[in-house]
Design a protein around this ligand. Structure first.
Ligand code: MD6
Ligand code: FE
Length: 214
């Protein structure tokens, strides 16, 4: 149980209408989450996908759940199999689902039922340029994003790529939930600074839970 009166209890920070950071919300179970990430990666390894434009992504990715997000020369999409291995994605661990559902609920999104979890792994220098998440069928469902390991600067913008962005540091155990009016905001991650995290070593991991299909 979380001790809400202890000095280091989680707190929340509004980001925009429909978007909130639940600070340290996943911290107490982070060791278990990292073990589960390693289990998924043992079945379906992280790798650097190629964008439709032919660039190798600096972020390495894998997925778990009924569907996984990937990118190759034919485009971005959700699929039941990893196009690289031809295998189905490993199932979404119950603990992952429970965390995502409870964070969504806390942010006001009841009934969230994720069918996909994209796992990003950042090494020093890895970044994610400004993008929108719009490959999901049901844009009414929120996205729940869990940060683990090394901290990173998150950029949160508007509805056009050129709009001004806010910069916020996302640290180990922080959870961002967004949906509703913010669902299609541009966002990205600045290049990761090198470091060593006691549980994640030289990496940052990010889990994003989505509802890909209705
Ligand atoms: C990351 N996150 O934190 C990248 N997308 O590594 C995302 O791209 C993201 O945090 C949609 C919703 C929440 C996110
Ligand atoms: Fe995204």
């Amino acid at each position: 149980m979380l001790d809400l009166f202890s000095e280091d209890a989680p707190w929340s920070e509004p980001l925009a209408d429909g978007a909130v950071i639940l600070r340290r919300r996943a911290r107490d179970e982070s060791e278990a989450l990292i073990t589960l990430i390693n289990d998924v990666a043992a079945q379906n390894p992280f790798y650097h996908r190629i964008t439709p434009g032919g660039h190798r992504m600096s972020v390495a990715m894998t997925n778990c759940g009924d569907f996984g997000w990937s990118s190759d020369s034919r485009g971005y999409r959700y699929s039941e199999q990893d196009s690289a291995s031809g295998k189905r994605w490993p199932p979404m661990p119950d603990r992952f689902r429970a965390l995502a559902v409870s964070c969504a609920q806390e942010a006001g999104f009841t009934g969230f039922s994720p069918d996909a979890c994209l796992i990003n792994r950042y090494e020093p220098g890895a970044k994610l340029t400004l993008h929108q998440d719009k490959d999901e069928q049901d844009l009414k469902a929120p996205i729940v994003s869990v940060s683990l390991g090394l901290p990173a600067v998150f950029q949160f913008g508007g509805f056009e790529r050129g709009d001004a962005t806010q910069r916020v540091l996302l640290e180990h155990g922080d959870v961002v939930v967004w949906g509703g009016p913010s669902r299609l905001r541009y966002h990205g991650i600045l290049p990761l600074k090198p470091g060593v995290h006691p549980l994640a070593g030289a990496f940052r991991f990010n889990l994003t839970f989505r509802r890909a299909f209705r």
